[in-house]
Design a protein around this ligand. Structure first.
Ligand SMILES: [Cu+2]
Length: 660
């Protein structure tokens, strides 16, 4: 690193950073709301919202579902973090979901929700989301709003460019933010040997078209840049997927400065169809790799975790025609493909323009083989002018991410100048700009990354909310702003706070989700190994110091409700089956002093709480979910005796005690 350049750059970056907080703060924050805004977001009591918004929780590791336009929080869906609200990651059935090659990882960072697509349109079946820290991709079933699969990705660090899906969800991808030595190589190398020993890896995860089941089909080994975001082509560009690359300088320290040296970084265009053909033709190299594959079975209501041992790879330097690089102004964040699949808008967060690339021109440039150089001597870099559709001039400061409304317009967030800018795709003219409070990262238009955007609403996902809400100590809620994009001018409708960081969101018309909703789990289909399908089958079974309690819950009692013969030193597994067969009747379960957690059990489901009693005495347990008028009566007692005591196992409810 040249120290001189560092000194020169720092003041410029400081100015950019400073302007985030004060310089570009739009004045009179609340004044730009139209008189009819309240009417446009008012959803009358008892009425449904028009749109679902799925927001990542960022550092909370979760996803939250909101109703739009009201901004009402509908549900937090636990994914990569244990969740006290429903016992996800605490119950014996769900603990395996958080297993990784590093062991149990109970808290991650979730960034990009991605709806599954059919023919380039959101189909409302699944929502994918990336675990950023310990690299993983999760799949949520939108019929149950439960996380049903988590696949770890080997060979990468920071699964940021993920999980973007191809036009028919053939694949979801994950690309590395932190290039690192491959898992099967000796990673005990000097960090400053970065250029020699570090690699990038792009994961292609195959998605079963009917069941949604994921498996790691192959990885492309690519140069050790930092990869930020991606989007797949559609229509004419169906076979391609595009990734933004920054730190093409390949710096390993002080990236703030050292990764901003070059005037242009790259968009990496990958011909995934060709990669798929090469793998099918046996051209892949199998390498060892350890990664967890966790599946939640919706019949057993139980997750299992399997450790995979290898993956197929293709070294892109050995297969001409797999990847091409498009020069792109400084440190691009988003790369977003227009609904017709013809243009790719990139957003260089340190760039003064928004470059828009032409897919047609890209193919022509590839045909002509007039390159602007090679990476690693073999990977072609195309000429900027040859592939450019044009530049959106003076869009604002810090363009980050673009989505589309299907009417020929694009919307881009400006992080530094805190605004959303609307521009026209064909002539690249700026049509409108609206302040955002403050520092928006991603934005989301309903269906805005699909082939047929629904449009109507735009969410600006904001990092800083100083002065927008009542103060809550040092930590303030991050937030969304809902913007009406039906007219020529954008109109601010609503602010609402979110869980964690609303890093990115996807929005979909509610009808596409509503039609598949599961209202309860059928008891007769419950295949949980410890399910108890009627009260007469409840029991307590001792096997050495393991005690299994087969319990049922129904309004308004737990059966059995008197249990004796538990001893200090026992490991007690309480398997609670909720016998209800109706919508919206969960039961809860809690034991005094249980160190693990509590449970929340859906109708027809079985959940297990592991409890290690610590004190001799009487220990109450009860239902924690207010289920009925006599919810407060829904309780029971354990009797805990000293280790080695002779108190027999005995369990009962009501007038008909049963003993074993
Ligand atoms: Cu209850």
């Amino acid at each position: 690193m040249k120290f001189l350049s560092y000194k020169l750059l720092v003041p410029a970056l400081a100015i950019l950073a400073g302007s985030t907080i004060s310089g570009c703060k739009p004045g009179k924050a609340g004044s730009s709301v139209d008189a009819d805004a309240a009417q446009k977001v008012y959803v009358a009591p008892g009425k449904y919202d028009e749109v679902y918004a799925f927001l990542s929780g960022g550092f909370s590791g979760q996803v939250a579902a909101y109703g739009i336009p009201s901004g009402r929080l509908l549900k937090v869906i636990p994914v990569f973090s244990q969740n006290a609200e429903n016992g996800y990651g605490y119950s014996e059935e769900t603990k395996p979901m958080l297993n990784t090659s590093h062991g149990f990882v109970p808290w991650d960072d979730s960034h990009h929700p991605e709806l599954s697509k059919t023919n380039g349109e959101d189909d409302g079946r699944w929502l994918f989301i990336n675990g950023n820290n310990t690299p993983r991709i999760a799949r949520i079933n939108l019929a149950t709003f439960k996380t049903v699969e988590i696949l770890e990705l080997p060979n990468i660090g920071g699964n940021h460019a993920s999980p973007f899906c191809t036009e028919n969800t053939e694949y979801v991808v994950g690309n590395t933010r932190f290039s690192e030595p491959l898992d099967n190589s000796n990673g005990d190398v000097p960090i400053n040997s970065y250029k020699k020993n570090f690699k990038g890896a792009v994961s292609f995860v195959k998605v079963d078209k009917d069941k949604g089941a994921m498996n790691l089909a192959f990885q492309l080994i690519v140069p050790p840049f930092n990869y930020d975001l991606a989007h797949a082509g559609k229509g004419p560009s169906h076979d391609w997927i595009f990734f933004t690359c920054y730190n093409t300088e390949q710096a390993n320290t002080l990236l703030e400065v050292n990764a901003s040296q070059r005037d242009k970084d790259f968009i990496m265009a990958v011909n995934w169809k060709k990669a798929e053909e090469l793998i099918a033709a046996g051209k892949g190299t199998k390498i060892t790799a350890k990664y967890a594959h966790n599946v939640y079975n919706e019949n057993t209501h139980t997750a299992t975790s399997v450790m995979e041992t290898g993956t197929q790879t293709l070294d892109v330097t050995k297969f001409p025609g797999l990847v091409y690089y498009l020069p792109c102004p400084k440190s691009p964040h988003g790369v977003d493909v227009t609904p017709d699949g013809e243009y790719m808008a990139a957003s260089g967060k340190l760039a003064a323009v928004i470059p828009v690339f032409s897919f047609k021109k890209m193919l022509a440039a590839i045909d002509k083989k007039q390159y602007d150089g090679m990476i690693d001597g073999v990977l072609p870099v195309l000429k900027y002018e040859d592939v450019l559709h044009g530049e959106v001039k003076k869009p604002g400061l810090g363009p980050l991410h673009t989505e589309f409304d299907g009417k020929g317009y694009a919307y881009t967030t400006m992080f530094v100048s805190s605004e959303v800018v609307k521009w026209k795709i064909d002539n690249l003219e700026i049509i409108d700009r609206i302040p955002s409070y403050y520092s928006p990262g991603h934005l989301s238009v309903v269906g805005g990354d699909s082939k047929k955007p629904f449009g109507k609403y735009l969410l600006s996902l904001n990092k800083i909310t100083k002065d927008r809400y009542l103060p809550t100590g040092p930590e303030l809620a991050q937030a969304c702003q809902l913007i009406d994009i039906t007219g020529n001018k954008m109109k601010l409708l609503l602010d609402f706070p979110t869980i964690g960081e609303p890093h990115y969101a996807q929005m979909i018309p509610a009808e596409k989700i509503l039609k598949n909703q599961v209202k309860f789990f059928k008891l007769e289909e419950n295949k949980n190994a410890y399910a108890t399908k009627s009260e007469k089958d409840t029991k307590v079974v001792r096997n050495g110091n393991r005690v299994d309690v087969y319990m049922t819950a129904i309004r308004s009692h737990l059966a059995p409700d008197n249990i004796e013969g538990i001893k200090i030193g026992d490991e007690v597994y309480v398997h609670v089956t909720n016998l209800e067969q109706d919508w919206d009747v969960p039961h809860g379960f809690a034991i005094k002093g249980a160190n693990n957690a509590e449970l929340l059990i859906m109708p027809g489901e079985t959940c297990t709480l592991k409890w290690t009693p610590g004190l001799v005495g009487i220990v109450p347990y009860y239902c924690t979910d207010f289920c009925s008028a006599l919810h407060q009566e829904m309780q029971g007692y354990f009797r805990v005796s000293p280790a080695g005591s002779n108190v027999p196992v005995k369990f009962s409810i009501g007038e008909n005690p049963v003993t074993q």
